[in-house]
Design a protein around this ligand. Structure first.
Ligand code: ARG
Length: 463
């Protein structure tokens, strides 16, 4: 093929023997860092444009480099590029091919830079691109949650503490709790993007370069908001990768919580929801099974993202300034984090709005478990009892209900008055599930009116 690299390894002139074949493979990163080819080319074109502006490359050289790099990109995208372990990484693979194509001018591209600042630039460009792809997916999930919250604003379900029935809540309110979690994830990601959006190029190997480079111009070309202030920090900082992975770990933790609830809710014991068949699988042996694989898998994938966060933190721990080869190990955890987050988000954004809520079942479940007991206690406080005393009275009524199999709302007035003679006819307004949720009618409460108000606010936020 025409594009075979005919060159020896670019940096090998100093060596008197060639690299051990195993070491060559062991130290190479091309197998995974080729994912950043676009960013590498984008960075190189900006660098060459800057070199031309400051008089280091002439017009013809710049034109050749641009045309050559565009051809390299076309070859890669057409699947015609032959990757070489000999050229170690994405930077050298591209540069070697460029030199094949345009001759000596290709070798001038690396003037005033090092792979150290080049790779730092590539990863920042890459992560910025991925952040820009992930943000709309987060938004799509949020839109699904808001849509569901609006649709199920009046749907009553049991709210839990300790996974025991606590008080009735509205399904919409529950969806908006998830919405709030994602909102914080979005904030964290936007914040991470700010620091990722810094140009390290120009730091060169570690100390800067003797050429009269214009880093601010390069930053402008690449859309970076600022230029790194210190060349040693510029080549060695991977905080942004850690921050991104921290965002991802927290997001996955949230998705694992949603997953857990979806798995429970879709069980025969709960029957709160139905997940559409297309998000589930069957069992090879039990014909009745419909397994919630997607939420289970997302719950499981949370583990690997936590692992990647720990990898990156440990990778950077105790590293002396400036660049160390250790840093090559930043990519696989980062890439897998990106893939896992994108896959999980896509699955959730598709699945959440498609789930079917079984209102009668959630309502029946809320009725079991004396979920309006607190409402009765509050009612008695309204009648002048101290809260501790009313707590005691309601405890006795619940014990009676357990014995007779009755909910509080199903007991006769006489029975209730047997526990406290202050109880009158109006008690049934608070004992019903509808009365219970409607009474929690303050900012952030579960009342359907509050859910609708929160939906309005959420829509404004998303607009
Ligand atoms: N492949 C390397 C990495 O991922 C690029 C930088 C190599 N720099 C060096 N001086 N060996 O970090």
């Amino acid at each position: 093929m025409s594009n075979q690299h005919n060159q020896e390894k670019l940096s090998s002139a100093r060596f008197s023997e060639s690299t051990d074949a195993f070491v060559e493979a062991f130290t190479a990163s091309i197998m995974f860092d080729k994912r950043m080819y676009k960013q590498d080319i984008q960075g190189s074109i900006a660098h060459a444009t800057m070199l031309n502006k400051v008089g280091i490359l002439n017009e013809q050289e710049l034109a050749d480099i641009k045309q050559g790099l565009n051809q390299v990109q076309a070859e890669i995208e057409a699947g015609d590029f032959s990757w070489s372990i000999k050229q170690e990484d994405i930077h050298m693979n591209i540069e070697a091919r460029l030199t094949d194509l345009i001759g000596i001018t290709g070798k001038k591209l690396h003037t005033g830079r090092s792979r150290n600042d080049q790779v730092a630039t590539d990863i920042r460009l890459y992560i910025r691109d991925e952040i820009d792809a992930i943000l709309p997916e987060l938004k799509r999930l949020q839109e699904g949650l808001v849509m569901l919250a609006e649709r199920e604003a009046d749907t009553i379900m049991p709210g839990f503490t300790h996974l025991q029935t606590a008080q009735p809540v509205t399904f919409g309110h529950h969806m908006l709790a998830w919405f709030e979690m994602i909102k914080r994830d979005v904030e964290r990601l936007v914040d991470c993007r700010k620091r990722a959006n810094t140009l390290p190029l120009g730091s060169a190997a570690l100390a800067g370069t003797t050429y009269p480079i214009d880093r601010h111009f390069t930053a402008e070309l690449l859309g970076f908001e600022r230029v790194s202030e210190n060349s040693l920090d510029g080549v060695s900082d991977r905080d942004f990768a850690i921050e991104f992975t921290h965002f991802a770990a927290t997001l996955m933790m949230h998705l694992s919580r949603f997953s857990e609830e979806l798995v429970l809710w879709s069980s025969a014991q709960f029957q709160f929801i139905d997940l559409p068949d297309r998000f589930c699988t069957g069992s090879s042996i039990m014909p009745q099974k419909k397994n919630p694989d997607v939420p289970e898998l997302v719950r499981g994938k949370t583990g690997r993202v936590y692992g990647h966060l720990m990898s990156l933190l440990t990778l950077m721990k105790s590293q002396p300034l400036a660049y160390n080869k250790d840093n090559q190990e930043d990519k696989e955890p980062l890439f897998d984090t990106v893939d896992t987050v994108k896959g999980s988000l896509r699955a959730f954004a598709d699945m959440v709005p498609a789930m079917i809520v079984k209102k009668e079942m959630t309502y029946e479940a809320a009725k079991r478990g004396f979920s309006t007991a607190t409402d009765l206690a509050d009612y008695l406080v309204g009648k002048g009892l101290a809260f501790r005393d009313s707590h005691e009275v309601v405890g006795l009524a619940v014990a009676h209900g357990i014995k007779t199999g009755q909910d509080l709302s199903e007991m006769s007035l006489e029975t209730l008055q047997g526990f406290c003679d202050q109880i009158t006819d109006d008690v049934y307004e608070v004992l019903t599930l509808e009365g219970s949720v409607a009474a929690r009618n303050h900012f952030g409460g579960t009342a359907p009116d509050q859910v609708r108000a929160a939906v309005t606010r959420a829509k404004e936020y998303l607009a």
